[in-house]
Design a protein around this ligand. Structure first.
Ligand code: 4AD
Ligand code: MG
Length: 481
């Protein structure tokens, strides 16, 4: 008999039909009621066995975590909180599970504990919901861009360049680390390495994306990126997924419009298509909020927070305006920030970003025109202002509870200006000729941005630690499997 998915069964009105359900036992009560989950829904189906006719040796093997197949009639349930159950006629244990050794108990586990057994956490409701939402968001992203004629471009994972120029790269090498080949001056001889040069895992697909945008017009990438930054925070991963659209003939305003439209589209998609999961996650978050002191609790529930984001235009201000607001802010005056804002030019920390979004504007904020000194080499340079300050056409989108979710800019299209900036920043111009050809041959104004996928999933699911929204988190000292 064909297997029926629990999700479909829970909504059925066809009582009396004969079905087979296969899944894993969540609980087994009173030697009679099996709660089975097959992953298709957060909700379980109840299967009722007749213990008077089932062998004792079989009943004993129905334990939390064991895999079973049940066949029987779908009947209306008299039990609380469920409409449908299965009256079991045939029961098969597909895979045993020793309850003594199985780490998951039929109770609520802490996220910390589940992180310790990350290889099994898919089997919990929380992670079922989180990764379903993650899946829906990934789909929505592809849908958004494809509906608008953007071409999905696969950029390489192994590269020879540092797209961000920040030196936070993981080396890729086949050289024998205990016996490195040396040149005459004693430095490592990368000519002997696999690619005949030094290579690393990509930190961003942007530069390759620019090549494609200046031919296709509008493209996007969506792939894994890697950063060897030693930031052990709840917002950083060493391996994360990034969506990077790149568009010819877009200026900064067009870039901001596209990013705002994308974010609203995918949040709307999740609200429309993941209502069960988001309702569950909303409840989970409410429980978590109860543990906090009253004054630290969020005023808005998850669903309200997501809708709120859709209903409001994102606030667009310059870095210079933001610094003014932060300088005069209460936490700065009262020295409550860890990093006090004193002068123009400072990089914003997440405490500042969150102040602007959560306390000052109370909605997402797009900050533009950052000091050139704290941004990447490829950003379009503004003309020097009256006070001799240099800024670039950057834009960062800041979200409540997250801080920076998007980083992007208009790109410097002038070959001369770009080369000058690269030299100032000690970026090897000769090795980047392939990139500079975009500016040599038919250069046009163009823009793009990077959306951190896990930060988006964090926001939509209301989870608080980035390790809980990627199936296999990679963080400093943690790459277990
Ligand atoms: O601001 P970033 O570094 O920008 C770029 O990489 C550009 N090349 C993007 C572009 O213009 N095409 O990173 C973009 C976004 C950040 O806003 C953040 O959401 C996310 O990527 N991000 C990280 N997410 C998780 N862990 C990390 N270590 C991250 N670093 C950046
Ligand atoms: Mg950034």
């Amino acid at each position: 008999m064909k297997r029926t998915k629990i999700k479909d069964l829970l909504n059925t009105t066809e009582f009396g039909q004969q079905v087979t359900v296969k899944g894993w036992v969540r609980t087994f009560r009173n030697n009679q009621f099996i709660a089975i989950n097959d992953g298709s829904s957060i909700n379980n189906i109840q299967a009722v066995v007749d213990f008077t006719t089932t062998e004792e040796s079989v009943l004993k093997r129905i334990t939390t975590g064991s895999a079973v197949s049940v066949t029987g009639q779908v009947i209306e349930s008299l039990g609380k909180g469920q409409r449908v159950e299965i009256k079991v006629e045939q029961l098969e244990i597909i895979g045993d599970c020793d309850a003594e050794k199985y780490p998951l108990q039929p109770k609520k586990h802490s996220l910390e504990f589940l992180r310790e057994i990350a290889h099994l956490r898919f089997r919990t409701n929380t992670f079922n919901a989180v990764f379903k939402v993650r899946n829906a968001l990934a789909y929505a992203i592809h849908k958004f861009f494809n509906e608008r004629g953007f071409v999905y471009m696969h950029t390489p994972v192994i590269t020879g360049s540092d797209a961000e120029g920040a030196g936070e790269m993981f080396r890729v090498t086949t050289l024998d680390l205990d016996n490195l080949p040396r040149t005459e001056d004693g430095s490592i001889n990368y000519k002997e390495d696999f690619f005949g040069k030094s290579t690393n895992l990509t930190v961003s697909g942007q530069l390759e994306g620019e090549l494609a945008a200046l031919a296709f017009g509008e493209i996007y990438t969506f792939g894994p990126t890697f950063r060897a930054e030693n930031s052990n925070t709840t917002r950083h991963l060493a391996e994360f997924w990034m969506i990077e659209p790149e568009m010819a003939f877009y200026e900064l305003d067009d870039n901001m419009d596209l990013a705002e439209e994308l974010l609203k589209y995918v949040i709307r998609y999740a609200l429309d298509n993941c209502s069960d999961e988001l309702e569950f996650l909303k409840g989970r978050l409410q429980e978590e909020e109860k543990q906090k002191p009253q004054n630290e609790r969020s005023e808005l529930d998850l669903i309200t927070k997501l809708n709120f984001c859709l209903e409001n235009d994102f606030e667009r201000i310059t870095y210079t305006e933001a610094i003014q607001i932060l300088k005069n802010s209460k936490p700065n005056q009262k020295k409550q920030f860890k990093y006090l804002i004193e002068d123009w030019g400072a990089d914003l920390q997440s405490e500042h970003e969150r102040y602007l979004v959560e306390k000052h504007f109370k909605k997402p904020v797009i900050l533009t025109d950052y000091p050139a000194e704290i941004k990447a080499f490829y950003m379009k340079q503004n003309s020097t202002d009256e006070q001799g300050r240099n800024t670039v056409r950057a834009m960062d989108i800041l979200f409540p509870g997250i801080g920076e979710i998007v980083g992007g800019s208009q790109r410097e299209e002038s070959l001369e200006k770009l080369e000058r900036r690269m030299k100032e920043m000690h970026i090897p111009v000769e090795e980047m000729n392939w990139f500079l050809d975009t500016r040599r041959f038919g250069s046009v104004p163009h823009s793009g941005f990077g959306l951190g996928f896990e930060r988006l999933v964090l926001f939509v699911t209301g989870m608080t630690n980035i390790r809980d929204v990627i199936p296999f988190p990679r963080t400093p000292k943690n790459a277990e499997f």
